[in-house]
Design a protein around this ligand. Structure first.
Ligand code: HEC
Ligand code: HEC
Length: 206
């Protein structure tokens, strides 16, 4: 009898502690956790996205956007109305950004990296050996791909909007405190990726 009452007493004490512990814990509602602060289970009128507002400056108006970091693909600083989507036989970006016309329309020509093929010709022989750019390689990681100059736009760069996007001035849900470091004096406005693409990749240098 004594034992039972002792046991039930300690159980009761444990239960009280548990209840006290639970009520002290802070609770969070699902809505408070996300960026959207409205009911997550219904799409009511109170749930509205921030309005996307692309820059309406016409190409040639001289507006530029600073690069986010060294060699980041620059944002398109002008209106792209009527220029997208890019199609196989219709890429209006080329009519101003191709090196042969860019100066005439005061646009930045696409850089040398866009006229370089970074995809080595690769083949596997009947004996299973891998050939890259005509040379047999034992281990593909040993192959140092420095790219080959094409003298024209690389097919891999044809779809400009895959990497370059217009920027919306509004709709920043989270403040961006990132501070880029540019090593070149004009790094916020120009690229030099073709000269330093392999920088720091020691494993490729044998
Ligand atoms: C009518 C000519 C014209 C067309 C077409 C055009 N651009 Fe431009 N683009 C410019 C000019 C000029 C600038 C320089 C900024 C300015 O003066 O607006 C520029 C700036 C840019 C920049 C910023 C470059 C930098 O160094 O910051 C990017 C990226 C860009 N354009 C990409 C594109 C893409 C992608 C397309 C196709 C969807 C395109 N442009 C179509 C003329 C054009
Ligand atoms: C695979 C991604 C990719 C594609 C596709 C691409 N670019 Fe770029 N672009 C970049 C990156 C990354 C940079 C900056 C680094 C570099 O290459 O020098 C850049 C840089 C540029 C610059 C700035 C050059 C300078 O001297 O500062 C222009 C202009 C540009 N691209 C235009 C274009 C146009 C026009 C197209 C389509 C014909 C295109 N790009 C396709 C990734 C891309």
């Amino acid at each position: 009898m004594k034992i039972i009452s002792k046991l039930s007493l300690s159980l009761a004490a444990a239960a009280t502690l548990f209840v006290v512990g639970c009520s002290a814990a802070k609770t969070y509602s699902e809505e408070s956790l996300g960026l959207r602060k409205t009911n997550l289970y219904v799409e009511e009128a109170e749930t509205v996205g921030d309005e996307t507002k692309y820059d309406k400056s016409a190409a040639g108006s001289g507006v530029f956007i600073k690069r986010a970091f060294e060699n980041a693909p620059p944002m398109i600083s002008h209106d792209v109305e009527g220029m997208l989507p890019i199609k196989i036989g219709n890429n209006s970006c080329l009519s101003c950004h191709a090196p042969e016309v860019a100066a005439a329309v005061k646009a930045t020509p696409y850089p040398a990296s866009h006229m370089t093929n970074y995809r080595p010709d690769t083949a596997i022989g009947k004996d299973g050996r891998i050939t890259k750019q005509g040379g047999s390689v034992d281990n593909t990681a040993d192959f140092r791909n420095v790219g080959s100059k094409l003298g024209k736009l690389a097919g891999a760069r044809y779809n400009c909007s895959q990497c370059h996007a217009p920027q919306s001035g509004k709709g920043q849900l989270v403040e961006n405190n990132f501070q880029p470091d540019f090593r070149a004096a004009n790094g916020a406005n120009r690229s030099n990726q073709v000269t330093n693409l392999f920088e720091g990749i020691d494993t490729l240098i044998k």
